[in-house]
Design a protein around this ligand. Structure first.
Ligand code: ADP
Ligand code: MG
Length: 146
């Protein structure tokens, strides 16, 4: 577990961009934290670094977005799920196929969620500052990002 404080949305995006350079198709990154913590901001920064040029917004009224960057990128938001049923997993699974997949509100997914390569957690410090925590088994990845 490694943590860093960011002082602006731009800093959070830049941190996410550094992580993005280590990611490839099949990687899952969970992004947790309360409303307004900066989850979507983090995902946006990673998406920009992966070559996504269009809008990156929280897919609150759909299950997810799929973006075309230099590699495919998926963006799921499970906020409206209390838990994910097997039938719903059928709709979610294609998002993980051949893409880097960012998952906001991963708690709802339960055991069905593929193993995350990195678990990111964001926490409010004050209106401009956020604590960003990374959890991964890969020491080399953390050393590369920080
Ligand atoms: P979430 O997806 O967690 O609900 P968003 O990324 O949509 O959060 O919103 C975060 C809000 O907080 C944005 O309005 C953003 O501009 C603001 N913000 C202020 N400081 C930061 C920071 N250091 N990092 C990320 N977002 C920040
Ligand atoms: Mg969001």
């Amino acid at each position: 577990m490694t943590e860093i404080e960011t002082a602006s949305p731009e800093e959070t995006e830049a941190l996410a961009a550094r992580l993005a350079s280590f990611l490839g198709p099949g990687d899952v990154v969970t992004v947790s934290g309360e409303l307004g913590a900066g989850k979507t901001t983090f995902v946006r920064g990673a998406c920009r670094a992966l070559g996504v040029t269009g809008p990156v917004t929280s897919p609150t009224f759909t299950i997810g977005h799929r973006y075309e960057g230099r590699i495919p990128v998926s963006h799921l938001d499970l906020f409206r799920f209390a838990s994910v049923s097997p039938a719903e997993w059928g709709d979610l699974e294609p998002y993980f196929d051949g893409a880097v997949c960012f998952v906001e509100w991963p708690e709802a997914a339960g055991v069905g969620l593929p193993q995350a390569r990195v678990a990111v957690r964001l926490r409010h410090v004050d209106p401009e500052h956020r604590l960003v925590m990374f959890e991964t088994q890969e020491k080399a990845l953390l050393e590369g990002v920080f």
